[in-house]
Design a protein around this ligand. Structure first.
Ligand SMILES: C[S@@+](CC[C@H](N)C(=O)[O-])C[C@H]1O[C@@H](n2cnc3c(N)ncnc32)[C@H](O)[C@@H]1O
Ligand code: SF4
Length: 386
Protein backbone atom coordinates (compact mmCIF):
# COMPACT_ATOMS: atom_id res chain seq x y z
CA UNK A 1 0.00 0.00 0.00
CA UNK A 2 0.98 3.63 -0.46
CA UNK A 3 2.01 5.47 2.68
CA UNK A 4 0.82 9.06 3.04
CA UNK A 5 3.84 11.10 1.95
CA UNK A 6 4.68 14.75 1.29
CA UNK A 7 3.87 15.81 -2.26
CA UNK A 8 6.72 15.96 -4.79
CA UNK A 9 7.46 19.22 -6.69
CA UNK A 10 4.59 20.56 -8.82
CA UNK A 11 4.76 21.77 -12.45
CA UNK A 12 2.14 23.07 -14.89
CA UNK A 13 1.81 21.92 -18.51
CA UNK A 14 -0.37 23.97 -20.87
CA UNK A 15 -1.35 22.56 -24.25
CA UNK A 16 -1.95 24.90 -27.20
CA UNK A 17 -3.23 22.59 -29.94
CA UNK A 18 -2.94 24.43 -33.27
CA UNK A 19 -0.31 24.46 -36.04
CA UNK A 20 -0.01 26.09 -39.45
CA UNK A 21 0.21 22.63 -41.03
CA UNK A 22 0.23 19.07 -39.68
CA UNK A 23 3.65 17.40 -40.07
CA UNK A 24 3.46 13.84 -41.45
CA UNK A 25 5.46 12.30 -38.56
CA UNK A 26 3.65 14.05 -35.70
CA UNK A 27 1.27 12.28 -33.31
CA UNK A 28 0.83 15.16 -30.89
CA UNK A 29 -2.67 16.53 -30.34
CA UNK A 30 -2.19 19.27 -32.93
CA UNK A 31 -4.54 20.52 -35.61
CA UNK A 32 -3.91 22.61 -38.72
CA UNK A 33 -5.79 25.91 -38.57
CA UNK A 34 -5.97 29.10 -40.61
CA UNK A 35 -6.90 31.16 -37.57
CA UNK A 36 -7.21 30.35 -33.90
CA UNK A 37 -9.88 31.34 -31.34
CA UNK A 38 -7.20 32.86 -29.14
CA UNK A 39 -9.29 34.75 -26.55
CA UNK A 40 -11.83 31.93 -26.15
CA UNK A 41 -9.09 29.37 -25.71
CA UNK A 42 -7.30 31.43 -23.05
CA UNK A 43 -10.63 31.80 -21.18
CA UNK A 44 -11.13 28.04 -21.38
CA UNK A 45 -7.58 27.40 -20.10
CA UNK A 46 -8.23 29.62 -17.07
CA UNK A 47 -11.55 27.84 -16.39
CA UNK A 48 -9.78 24.48 -16.73
CA UNK A 49 -7.09 25.58 -14.27
CA UNK A 50 -9.70 26.79 -11.78
CA UNK A 51 -11.44 23.41 -11.90
CA UNK A 52 -8.12 21.70 -11.01
CA UNK A 53 -7.12 24.10 -8.21
CA UNK A 54 -8.77 22.19 -5.32
CA UNK A 55 -6.34 19.33 -6.06
CA UNK A 56 -3.28 21.53 -5.40
CA UNK A 57 -4.31 23.98 -2.65
CA UNK A 58 -1.34 25.60 -0.95
CA UNK A 59 1.25 24.14 -3.32
CA UNK A 60 3.83 26.13 -5.28
CA UNK A 61 4.64 25.82 -8.98
CA UNK A 62 8.27 25.02 -9.86
CA UNK A 63 7.94 25.31 -13.66
CA UNK A 64 5.49 26.10 -16.45
CA UNK A 65 5.67 24.65 -19.98
CA UNK A 66 3.64 25.98 -22.91
CA UNK A 67 3.68 23.16 -25.44
CA UNK A 68 1.83 22.14 -28.53
CA UNK A 69 1.02 22.32 -31.25
CA UNK A 70 2.65 25.63 -31.97
CA UNK A 71 2.32 27.97 -28.98
CA UNK A 72 4.08 30.74 -30.92
CA UNK A 73 0.86 31.11 -32.98
CA UNK A 74 -0.56 32.84 -29.89
CA UNK A 75 0.05 36.59 -29.58
CA UNK A 76 2.28 37.93 -26.79
CA UNK A 77 -0.83 39.64 -25.35
CA UNK A 78 -2.65 36.32 -25.09
CA UNK A 79 0.38 34.66 -23.43
CA UNK A 80 0.71 37.62 -21.06
CA UNK A 81 -2.98 37.37 -20.10
CA UNK A 82 -2.65 33.64 -19.52
CA UNK A 83 0.50 33.86 -17.38
CA UNK A 84 -1.02 36.72 -15.34
CA UNK A 85 -4.12 34.61 -14.69
CA UNK A 86 -1.92 31.72 -13.52
CA UNK A 87 0.12 33.96 -11.18
CA UNK A 88 -3.12 35.31 -9.70
CA UNK A 89 -4.22 31.77 -8.81
CA UNK A 90 -1.05 29.88 -7.91
CA UNK A 91 2.18 30.74 -6.10
CA UNK A 92 5.20 30.50 -8.38
CA UNK A 93 8.76 29.76 -7.26
CA UNK A 94 10.86 32.94 -7.51
CA UNK A 95 12.58 32.84 -10.90
CA UNK A 96 10.27 30.02 -12.03
CA UNK A 97 11.28 28.41 -15.36
CA UNK A 98 8.66 29.25 -18.01
CA UNK A 99 9.30 27.49 -21.33
CA UNK A 100 7.46 28.04 -24.57
CA UNK A 101 7.77 26.00 -27.78
CA UNK A 102 8.22 28.00 -30.95
CA UNK A 103 8.24 27.04 -34.62
CA UNK A 104 10.85 28.92 -36.72
CA UNK A 105 8.17 29.52 -39.36
CA UNK A 106 6.00 31.60 -37.02
CA UNK A 107 8.38 34.04 -35.36
CA UNK A 108 9.39 37.64 -35.55
CA UNK A 109 11.56 39.53 -33.17
CA UNK A 110 8.78 41.72 -31.77
CA UNK A 111 6.78 38.65 -30.86
CA UNK A 112 9.74 37.12 -29.06
CA UNK A 113 10.27 40.35 -27.14
CA UNK A 114 6.59 40.28 -26.16
CA UNK A 115 6.83 36.68 -24.89
CA UNK A 116 9.93 37.60 -22.90
CA UNK A 117 8.14 40.59 -21.34
CA UNK A 118 5.18 38.36 -20.50
CA UNK A 119 7.55 36.26 -18.36
CA UNK A 120 8.58 33.43 -20.70
CA UNK A 121 12.28 32.88 -19.91
CA UNK A 122 13.10 29.74 -21.91
CA UNK A 123 12.34 29.11 -25.59
CA UNK A 124 12.35 25.73 -27.25
CA UNK A 125 12.73 26.13 -31.01
CA UNK A 126 11.64 23.28 -33.31
CA UNK A 127 14.53 23.42 -35.80
CA UNK A 128 14.55 19.67 -36.72
CA UNK A 129 17.25 20.23 -39.39
CA UNK A 130 19.06 23.10 -41.09
CA UNK A 131 19.04 21.28 -44.44
CA UNK A 132 16.33 22.66 -46.75
CA UNK A 133 16.00 19.37 -48.66
CA UNK A 134 15.41 17.41 -45.45
CA UNK A 135 13.04 20.07 -44.10
CA UNK A 136 10.98 19.70 -47.28
CA UNK A 137 10.83 15.94 -46.88
CA UNK A 138 9.50 16.54 -43.37
CA UNK A 139 7.02 19.04 -44.90
CA UNK A 140 8.15 21.68 -42.41
CA UNK A 141 6.96 25.25 -42.98
CA UNK A 142 10.43 26.77 -42.42
CA UNK A 143 13.87 26.79 -44.07
CA UNK A 144 17.34 26.48 -42.55
CA UNK A 145 17.81 30.24 -42.88
CA UNK A 146 14.60 30.87 -40.96
CA UNK A 147 15.85 28.62 -38.18
CA UNK A 148 19.01 30.78 -37.94
CA UNK A 149 16.88 33.92 -37.93
CA UNK A 150 14.65 32.51 -35.17
CA UNK A 151 17.66 31.88 -32.93
CA UNK A 152 19.06 35.37 -33.65
CA UNK A 153 15.63 36.92 -32.92
CA UNK A 154 15.36 35.01 -29.64
CA UNK A 155 18.81 36.20 -28.52
CA UNK A 156 18.05 39.80 -29.56
CA UNK A 157 14.80 39.62 -27.56
CA UNK A 158 16.81 38.76 -24.44
CA UNK A 159 16.43 34.97 -24.19
CA UNK A 160 19.49 33.53 -22.47
CA UNK A 161 18.03 30.04 -22.13
CA UNK A 162 17.33 28.35 -25.47
CA UNK A 163 16.64 24.79 -26.46
CA UNK A 164 16.88 23.62 -30.06
CA UNK A 165 15.02 20.45 -31.14
CA UNK A 166 16.86 18.47 -33.82
CA UNK A 167 15.81 15.14 -35.26
CA UNK A 168 18.02 12.51 -36.90
CA UNK A 169 17.31 9.37 -38.92
CA UNK A 170 15.44 11.51 -41.45
CA UNK A 171 14.42 10.23 -44.91
CA UNK A 172 17.52 10.02 -47.11
CA UNK A 173 19.78 11.50 -44.40
CA UNK A 174 23.41 10.31 -44.24
CA UNK A 175 25.52 10.14 -41.08
CA UNK A 176 27.54 13.11 -42.37
CA UNK A 177 24.37 15.16 -42.87
CA UNK A 178 23.13 14.36 -39.37
CA UNK A 179 26.44 15.47 -37.87
CA UNK A 180 26.45 18.56 -40.07
CA UNK A 181 23.11 19.57 -38.54
CA UNK A 182 24.58 19.16 -35.06
CA UNK A 183 27.68 21.17 -35.96
CA UNK A 184 25.51 23.97 -37.31
CA UNK A 185 23.42 23.94 -34.13
CA UNK A 186 26.57 24.04 -32.01
CA UNK A 187 27.77 27.23 -33.72
CA UNK A 188 24.65 28.86 -32.20
CA UNK A 189 25.62 27.66 -28.71
CA UNK A 190 22.11 26.89 -27.39
CA UNK A 191 22.01 26.21 -23.65
CA UNK A 192 20.11 22.98 -24.33
CA UNK A 193 19.81 20.64 -27.29
CA UNK A 194 17.29 17.83 -27.79
CA UNK A 195 18.57 15.22 -30.27
CA UNK A 196 15.60 13.02 -31.19
CA UNK A 197 15.59 9.91 -33.32
CA UNK A 198 12.70 10.15 -35.81
CA UNK A 199 10.13 7.52 -34.86
CA UNK A 200 7.22 6.28 -36.97
CA UNK A 201 4.30 6.87 -34.66
CA UNK A 202 1.05 4.97 -35.25
CA UNK A 203 -1.74 7.12 -36.75
CA UNK A 204 0.65 9.37 -38.66
CA UNK A 205 1.09 9.60 -42.43
CA UNK A 206 4.72 8.43 -42.11
CA UNK A 207 3.47 5.26 -40.37
CA UNK A 208 0.95 4.41 -43.10
CA UNK A 209 3.20 5.59 -45.96
CA UNK A 210 6.78 5.28 -44.66
CA UNK A 211 9.31 7.26 -46.71
CA UNK A 212 11.28 4.69 -48.74
CA UNK A 213 14.66 6.17 -47.89
CA UNK A 214 14.73 5.95 -44.09
CA UNK A 215 18.20 5.08 -42.72
CA UNK A 216 18.49 1.53 -41.39
CA UNK A 217 18.74 0.73 -37.68
CA UNK A 218 22.53 0.46 -37.66
CA UNK A 219 22.91 3.86 -39.33
CA UNK A 220 20.49 5.36 -36.81
CA UNK A 221 22.47 3.87 -33.95
CA UNK A 222 25.70 5.30 -35.44
CA UNK A 223 24.03 8.72 -35.73
CA UNK A 224 22.95 8.56 -32.11
CA UNK A 225 26.38 7.49 -30.84
CA UNK A 226 28.39 9.92 -32.98
CA UNK A 227 25.98 12.74 -32.15
CA UNK A 228 26.14 12.09 -28.41
CA UNK A 229 29.95 12.09 -28.56
CA UNK A 230 30.05 15.32 -30.52
CA UNK A 231 27.76 17.05 -28.05
CA UNK A 232 29.75 15.81 -25.10
CA UNK A 233 32.98 17.07 -26.68
CA UNK A 234 31.30 20.48 -27.08
CA UNK A 235 30.62 20.67 -23.34
CA UNK A 236 27.01 19.43 -23.22
CA UNK A 237 26.10 16.94 -20.51
CA UNK A 238 24.02 14.06 -21.88
CA UNK A 239 21.59 13.85 -18.98
CA UNK A 240 18.63 12.01 -20.54
CA UNK A 241 18.14 9.74 -23.59
CA UNK A 242 17.62 12.71 -25.95
CA UNK A 243 18.52 15.72 -23.79
CA UNK A 244 21.86 17.54 -23.67
CA UNK A 245 22.61 20.69 -21.66
CA UNK A 246 25.38 23.08 -20.80
CA UNK A 247 26.20 22.96 -17.06
CA UNK A 248 23.23 24.01 -14.94
CA UNK A 249 20.91 24.34 -17.96
CA UNK A 250 18.97 21.08 -17.67
CA UNK A 251 15.24 21.58 -18.25
CA UNK A 252 13.64 21.85 -14.80
CA UNK A 253 10.20 21.04 -16.18
CA UNK A 254 11.21 17.83 -17.95
CA UNK A 255 13.41 16.76 -15.03
CA UNK A 256 10.32 16.92 -12.86
CA UNK A 257 8.57 14.43 -15.20
CA UNK A 258 11.57 12.11 -15.15
CA UNK A 259 11.72 12.35 -11.34
CA UNK A 260 8.05 11.32 -11.19
CA UNK A 261 7.10 14.74 -9.84
CA UNK A 262 3.55 16.08 -9.95
CA UNK A 263 2.07 18.20 -12.71
CA UNK A 264 -1.19 19.83 -13.60
CA UNK A 265 -2.12 19.54 -17.28
CA UNK A 266 -4.48 22.11 -18.74
CA UNK A 267 -5.72 22.47 -22.30
CA UNK A 268 -7.01 20.11 -24.98
CA UNK A 269 -5.83 16.55 -24.34
CA UNK A 270 -3.43 17.60 -21.54
CA UNK A 271 -2.46 14.97 -18.97
CA UNK A 272 -1.82 15.63 -15.28
CA UNK A 273 -0.40 13.53 -12.45
CA UNK A 274 -1.04 14.52 -8.85
CA UNK A 275 -0.33 13.10 -5.40
CA UNK A 276 -3.47 13.69 -3.34
CA UNK A 277 -2.74 15.39 -0.02
CA UNK A 278 -3.07 13.29 3.12
CA UNK A 279 -4.04 10.12 1.24
CA UNK A 280 -0.79 9.37 -0.59
CA UNK A 281 -2.97 8.38 -3.57
CA UNK A 282 -1.57 9.21 -7.02
CA UNK A 283 -4.12 10.32 -9.59
CA UNK A 284 -3.75 10.66 -13.37
CA UNK A 285 -6.33 12.74 -15.20
CA UNK A 286 -6.66 13.88 -18.77
CA UNK A 287 -8.73 16.44 -20.60
CA UNK A 288 -11.01 16.40 -23.63
CA UNK A 289 -8.82 16.19 -26.76
CA UNK A 290 -10.89 18.03 -29.36
CA UNK A 291 -10.14 21.76 -29.09
CA UNK A 292 -13.74 22.97 -29.61
CA UNK A 293 -15.21 20.37 -27.25
CA UNK A 294 -12.47 21.20 -24.72
CA UNK A 295 -13.41 24.90 -24.81
CA UNK A 296 -17.13 24.16 -24.44
CA UNK A 297 -16.63 21.71 -21.58
CA UNK A 298 -14.03 23.76 -19.71
CA UNK A 299 -16.28 26.80 -19.73
CA UNK A 300 -19.21 24.66 -18.61
CA UNK A 301 -17.22 23.57 -15.53
CA UNK A 302 -15.16 20.46 -16.36
CA UNK A 303 -13.14 19.30 -19.35
CA UNK A 304 -11.92 16.16 -17.56
CA UNK A 305 -12.19 13.25 -20.02
CA UNK A 306 -10.96 10.58 -17.62
CA UNK A 307 -9.02 9.85 -14.46
CA UNK A 308 -7.40 6.87 -12.86
CA UNK A 309 -5.75 6.23 -9.48
CA UNK A 310 -2.43 4.42 -9.88
CA UNK A 311 -2.02 0.98 -8.36
CA UNK A 312 1.19 0.16 -6.50
CA UNK A 313 2.41 -1.76 -9.59
CA UNK A 314 1.58 1.21 -11.87
CA UNK A 315 3.46 3.65 -9.66
CA UNK A 316 6.56 1.46 -9.36
CA UNK A 317 6.62 0.84 -13.12
CA UNK A 318 6.01 4.46 -14.09
CA UNK A 319 8.72 5.64 -11.71
CA UNK A 320 11.23 3.30 -13.36
CA UNK A 321 10.01 4.14 -16.90
CA UNK A 322 10.85 7.79 -16.26
CA UNK A 323 13.84 7.58 -13.94
CA UNK A 324 15.82 5.12 -16.06
CA UNK A 325 15.82 7.62 -18.93
CA UNK A 326 18.23 9.73 -16.89
CA UNK A 327 21.94 9.09 -17.32
CA UNK A 328 22.50 9.38 -13.58
CA UNK A 329 19.36 7.41 -12.88
CA UNK A 330 17.50 8.20 -9.67
CA UNK A 331 18.19 7.86 -5.96
CA UNK A 332 16.40 4.99 -4.22
CA UNK A 333 15.38 7.62 -1.64
CA UNK A 334 13.50 9.50 -4.36
CA UNK A 335 11.55 6.34 -5.21
CA UNK A 336 10.14 6.32 -1.68
CA UNK A 337 9.71 10.10 -1.50
CA UNK A 338 7.85 10.40 -4.81
CA UNK A 339 5.78 7.20 -4.79
CA UNK A 340 5.19 6.60 -1.05
CA UNK A 341 6.35 2.98 -1.59
CA UNK A 342 9.07 1.01 0.17
CA UNK A 343 12.01 0.35 -2.16
CA UNK A 344 11.65 -3.36 -1.31
CA UNK A 345 8.77 -3.61 -3.85
CA UNK A 346 11.36 -3.27 -6.63
CA UNK A 347 12.99 -6.51 -5.59
CA UNK A 348 13.39 -9.08 -7.04
CA UNK A 349 13.16 -7.46 -10.51
CA UNK A 350 16.02 -5.20 -9.56
CA UNK A 351 18.17 -8.23 -8.68
CA UNK A 352 17.39 -9.92 -12.00
CA UNK A 353 18.18 -6.75 -13.97
CA UNK A 354 21.54 -6.43 -12.18
CA UNK A 355 22.30 -10.09 -12.97
CA UNK A 356 21.57 -9.48 -16.67
CA UNK A 357 23.92 -6.50 -16.65
CA UNK A 358 21.13 -4.00 -17.42
CA UNK A 359 21.08 -2.20 -14.08
CA UNK A 360 24.13 -0.96 -12.13
CA UNK A 361 24.83 -2.86 -8.90
CA UNK A 362 24.38 0.11 -6.54
CA UNK A 363 22.48 0.09 -3.27
CA UNK A 364 21.48 3.78 -3.23
CA UNK A 365 20.72 4.51 -6.92
CA UNK A 366 18.72 2.99 -9.76
CA UNK A 367 20.85 3.49 -12.89
CA UNK A 368 20.85 1.75 -16.28
CA UNK A 369 24.22 0.39 -17.42
CA UNK A 370 25.45 1.07 -20.96
CA UNK A 371 23.81 -2.23 -22.01
CA UNK A 372 20.64 -1.22 -20.17
CA UNK A 373 20.55 2.08 -22.05
CA UNK A 374 20.84 0.27 -25.38
CA UNK A 375 18.02 -2.10 -24.42
CA UNK A 376 16.06 0.38 -22.34
CA UNK A 377 12.66 -0.95 -23.45
CA UNK A 378 13.61 -4.46 -22.31
CA UNK A 379 14.89 -3.15 -18.99
CA UNK A 380 11.79 -1.06 -18.33
CA UNK A 381 9.62 -3.98 -19.51
CA UNK A 382 11.07 -6.14 -16.72
CA UNK A 383 9.56 -3.73 -14.17
CA UNK A 384 6.21 -3.85 -15.98
CA UNK A 385 6.11 -7.64 -15.74
CA UNK A 386 7.43 -7.54 -12.17
C1 LIG B 1 5.49 19.09 -29.83
S1 LIG B 1 6.85 19.26 -30.85
C2 LIG B 1 6.95 21.00 -30.52
C3 LIG B 1 7.63 21.95 -31.42
C4 LIG B 1 6.86 22.54 -32.58
N1 LIG B 1 5.51 22.06 -32.66
C5 LIG B 1 7.62 22.17 -33.80
O1 LIG B 1 7.37 21.06 -34.31
O2 LIG B 1 8.44 22.97 -34.22
C6 LIG B 1 8.27 18.71 -29.92
C7 LIG B 1 9.39 18.07 -30.67
O3 LIG B 1 9.22 16.67 -30.75
C8 LIG B 1 9.99 16.17 -31.83
N2 LIG B 1 9.18 15.19 -32.54
C9 LIG B 1 7.90 15.31 -32.96
N3 LIG B 1 7.49 14.18 -33.57
C10 LIG B 1 8.53 13.31 -33.56
C11 LIG B 1 8.75 11.99 -34.04
N4 LIG B 1 7.80 11.30 -34.68
N5 LIG B 1 9.96 11.41 -33.82
C12 LIG B 1 10.93 12.08 -33.15
N6 LIG B 1 10.78 13.33 -32.67
C13 LIG B 1 9.60 13.95 -32.88
C14 LIG B 1 10.36 17.35 -32.69
O4 LIG B 1 11.75 17.58 -32.59
C15 LIG B 1 9.57 18.48 -32.09
O5 LIG B 1 10.24 19.71 -32.17
S1 SF4 C 1 4.61 21.83 -35.95
FE1 SF4 C 1 5.18 20.47 -34.21
S2 SF4 C 1 3.25 19.98 -33.15
FE2 SF4 C 1 2.71 20.91 -35.14
S3 SF4 C 1 2.33 19.19 -36.47
FE3 SF4 C 1 4.49 19.75 -36.73
S4 SF4 C 1 5.64 18.52 -35.20
FE4 SF4 C 1 3.47 18.42 -34.67
Amino acid sequence: MFASHPSPPLSLYIHLPWCVRKCPYCDFNSHAAQSIPEADYVDALVADLEADLPLVWGRRLESIFLGGGTPSLFSPEAIDGLLSAIRARLTCRPGIEITMEANPGTVEQDRFRGYREAGVNRLSIGVQSFDDGLLQRLERIHTGDEAHRAVAAARAAGFDNLNLDLMFGLPGQSLAQALQDLDTALTLRPEHLSWYELTLEPNTRFATHPPPTLPDEDTQWDMQQAGDERLQAAGYAHYEVSAHALPGRECIHNLNYWHFGDYLGIGAGAHGKLTLPGEGRILRRWKQRQPQAFMDEARAGSAVAGERALTVADAAFEFMLNGLRLREGVAVEMFTAHTGLESGVLEPVRGRAVERGLLADLSDRLVATELGRRYLNDLVGMFLEG
